[in-house]
Design a protein. Structure first.
Length: 397
């Protein structure tokens, strides 16, 4: 079966890198022919030779500029006129490639305006079924302040799944949301984010990080965002941790639009050298940082955007056998085996988050139990099993 995935971002983004690409690789291994058709944040300077390639049987092609320019931490947002022009060109280009590939099915990766309308139109022209993967609650989780843009995003999120042959979701919050919007439960397949165990080699880390082995290290891997990921909450919590655990260190892997503000906030709290700002690293290198971590952390507030997210940082931590400290929001309790692979604390509460971190950093018995629990839970999130669950959505046709 030829499956074409239409994506609004490139492989530098978490969803294509951590969800659709590994899933597509498994589908290829099972004998299918997956194509990822992507946009790119700096398409104009992307070398032509790097735009199209095959990886593990997956045909990958970057075809146009995405709706923002640059990677998180160095982004430029288009003005209204330029945004309309860029978005229209991207939608037309995605649709053109979808038509040219003549797939058996089209899968829209996030029900957003650009790829959603392109996929919907191409499916009608080809008389092929289209499906939608809902892996976030974009209308609640993004920074769009323009009312017209927010309205269009919300319309696509609410409307496209209702017209699709079936939808995949990564959380029970989204499953329930689309049921409430009228999507038949038999046309919904729940496929959480996954991560396969990968080699962890601390020799691949910078010397300053390697020297932290054996120390009370908290690891954060992800976007430096206060809106979507609550990293300001983490900084506040870690200030409490430092007063209670000698030598505690916070390692921050990732970048984002709030980087400067978070740096300043950490400095104001006197954290100084207690926080290592690693910045953006290659996806294959991020896994090595779990080798120095006593625990990882997923700071979260109880808001709709957080309930709709299946955090990649959690499944990556489980894959490495590292306990997670987070909150009982959305599917997080279930992801941690009802707390057997981590500590769940009150959401949005810096003091409670600090208490959870201190427990794992200081209690050796608890840490060993949770680490064993993480290794046990990771078996549920391997892409080999999840890809077979994903294929079930195509049976609805």
């Amino acid at each position: 079966m030829r499956i074409v995935f239409l994506c609004t971002s490139g492989l530098d983004n978490a969803s294509p890198r951590g969800r659709w690409l590994p899933l597509a690789c498994e589908l290829a291994r099972l004998g299918h022919e997956p194509h990822l058709v992507l946009l790119h944040p700096t398409f104009d300077v992307m070398p032509v030779g790097e735009r199209d390639f095959v990886q593990d049987g997956v045909h990958i092609m970057h075809v146009a500029q995405m709706h923002v320019y640059g990677l998180p931490g160095a982004r430029r947002y288009f003005g209204t006129g330029e945004l309309v022009r860029v978005s229209r060109h991207a939608a037309e280009t995605l649709a053109h490639h979808a038509l040219a590939l003549r797939p058996d099915v089209l899968h829209i990766c996030k029900p957003q305006p650009i790829n959603g309308l392109a996929g919907w139109w191409a499916a009608r022209r080809l008389d092929r079924p289209f499906f939608v993967d809902c892996d976030d609650f974009e209308a609640e989780a993004n920074r769009t302040t323009n009312l017209a843009q927010r309205t269009l995003i919300r319309w696509c999120e609410d409307t496209l799944p209702r017209h699709a042959s079936g939808i995949t979701v990564n959380t029970h919050f989204l499953l329930n949301r689309y049921q409430a919007l009228g999507v038949d439960v038999h046309r919904i397949v729940h496929v959480p984010n996954g991560a396969d165990p990968a080699p962890v080699d601390i020799r691949a880390l910078p010397t300053t990080i390697r020297n932290l082995v054996g120390q009370p290290v908290v690891l954060y891997v992800g976007t430096l965002s206060t809106l979507a990921h609550g990293v300001d909450l983490l900084i506040d919590a870690f200030a409490h941790v430092r007063r209670r655990v000698s030598g505690a260190t916070l390692v921050m892997v990732g970048d984002g639009d709030d980087r400067g503000m978070l740096h300043a906030h950490a400095s104001q709290l006197g954290l100084g050298e207690a926080v290592h700002w690693v910045g953006r690293v290659a996806p294959d290198d991020a896994q090595h940082y779990f080798g120095v971590a006593r625990c990882s952390v997923d700071p979260v507030r109880d808001i709709p955007g957080a309930r709709g997210r299946s955090p990649l940082k959690i499944v990556e931590s489980l894959a490495a056998g590292v306990p997670v400290v987070t909150s009982d929001v959305g599917d997080r309790r279930a992801m941690l085996g009802d707390g057997g692979a981590g500590v769940l604390v009150r959401p949005g509460d810096a003091a409670a988050l600090a208490d959870g971190l201190v427990r794992v950093l200081t209690d050796d018995g608890l840490h060993q139990t949770l680490a064993a629990g993480a290794l046990a839970e990771r078996e549920r999130y391997g892409w080999r099993a999840l890809s077979r669950r994903w294929l079930g959505i195509y049976d609805v046709t």
